[in-house]
Write a protein that binds this ligand. Structure first.
Ligand code: MN
Length: 410
């Protein structure tokens, strides 16, 4: 695809991407937009020029605080809108080319939560991460629990505290249990990030319906980077026997541009071999993992940025289709706007661990930073940034970043 739009080849937001998000500006109310390079296209303004009505998508769908109504139009229509934008970006005679007023500079807009998150589930689908945690917290010889290779373990998370990149996070307070004394209350001491990727449901089901692995991707609109902040000391004391609660629910941060599954299609790679063989409802056809390079950086207050982790979404043991099939096999219904996160994405070597808990071996080792500083966990005023992009045959599709600074406990 050759575009008249001049684009830096290292941009995550190439013509092959065309993600969707919500923006506003000093003079514009919240609306649906896309991003190309460092430019934003106001899709409500573009729709009012009558470019999408032949696809059956009316301008009002773009005049919205969230993407949910646009997503609910269905994949046929959202795919057609994305394709139409790509066509207009390659056609010298297009309405887009001749209406430069629909372009906004990235610096003049505010980017908001892309979706109203209706419900949130967090999986635990990286075998390296689950093994590392099993070794640290339980038994180095039998790190994986007996169910782990048979089903994608998950828990029901909290939707209300999912926020967009740029929203700073206060260190949570809670109950913790020192090894040598009774429980205490206070600001958590072991604050961590979890490097994850989330997917957003684009097609609802009714109660008692199940989604097969074959049909699963029809229900996935797109993906975002997902930082699942975790208070390890609160988590360790509270999680038995029902799983994570306040150590997780204080906040999760997402990247603001939703990258569609279609934009990621060319970057598919086979996943790891699953042994033992899974039950029939978890079997799948096709190539379902995505070669998506991920990194995490930490920047101390007034310090310089250090990339402390480099991982890849392709390491996932359980893929999104299997997660969704498992999630709904009991008849649990899903809604447009539901968020499903992967679980921490770790690779085999230390450099690819997706949490500080793993990198610091639960606080036994320090993580070196530039300028001589070091960390075991996150300190107040540290900024955590996650980035992710795919690249193949000179084509780049990326997510930009999800960024937040950790502030002192409130
Ligand atoms: Mn998590």
């Amino acid at each position: 695809m050759k575009s008249w739009f001049k684009l830096d080849p290292t941009s995550d937001f190439s013509i092959h991407n065309i993600p969707f998000g919500i923006i506003s500006s000093a003079s514009l109310s919240k609306r649906v937009a896309t991003r190309i390079g460092d430019s934003i296209i106001d899709l409500y303004a573009l729709a009012k020029l009558d470019v999408f009505s032949s696809l059956g998508v009316l301008p009002d769908v773009f005049n919205a605080d969230f993407l949910n109504d646009f997503i609910a139009e269905g994949k046929e229509k959202t795919k057609a809108v994305r394709k139409k934008i790509q066509e207009m970006l390659t056609d010298d005679q297009s309405i887009l080319k001749h209406n430069p007023q629909v372009f906004l500079d990235e610096a003049e807009v505010q980017v908001h939560m892309p979706v109203k998150v209706t419900d949130y589930t967090d999986f635990y689908s990286s075998i390296e991460h689950a093994t590392n945690l099993g070794k640290l917290f339980r038994d180095p010889e039998n790190a994986l629990l007996p169910n782990w290779r048979h089903l994608p373990v998950g828990y029901h998370g909290r939707a209300s505290s999912i926020v967009e990149s740029g929203v700073n996070i206060h260190r949570p307070k809670g109950q913790m249990k020192p090894a040598d004394g009774p429980p205490v209350f206070g600001p958590c001491k072991l604050l961590d990030f979890e490097l994850e990727v989330g997917f957003i449901i684009g097609k609802e089901t009714q109660l008692s319906d199940s989604i097969s692995t074959e049909a699963a991707e029809e229900h996935i609109f797109g993906l975002v980077l997902f930082n699942d902040w975790s208070a390890r000391d609160i988590q360790k004391w509270e999680y038995v026997p029902l799983g994570p609660f306040l150590g997780k629910s204080f906040a999760s941060s997402i990247s603001p541009w939703v990258v569609t599954l279609e934009a990621l299609d060319r970057f598919r790679v086979p996943g790891p071999k699953q042994e033992p063989e899974v039950l029939d409802y978890l079997k799948y056809q096709g190539v379902r993992n995505i070669d998506l390079k991920l990194e995490v950086s930490l920047t101390p207050e007034n310090g310089s940025e250090t990339v402390i982790s480099e991982s890849n979404f392709k390491y996932m043991y359980w893929n999104m289709a299997q997660q969704l099939a498992h999630h709904t096999v009991n008849g649990c219904n899903v809604h447009v706007g539901d968020m499903m996160a992967s679980g921490t994405i770790s690779g085999k070597d230390e450099r690819s661990f997706g949490s500080m808990l793993e990198m610091s071996y639960a606080g036994k080792k320090t993580i070196p930073l530039r300028d001589g500083a070091e960390r075991k966990f996150i300190k107040d005023n540290d900024t955590i940034v996650m980035r992710g992009h795919c690249e193949k045959d000179g084509i780049r599709v990326g997510f930009g970043e999800v960024r937040a600074q950790v502030l002192a406990a409130k």
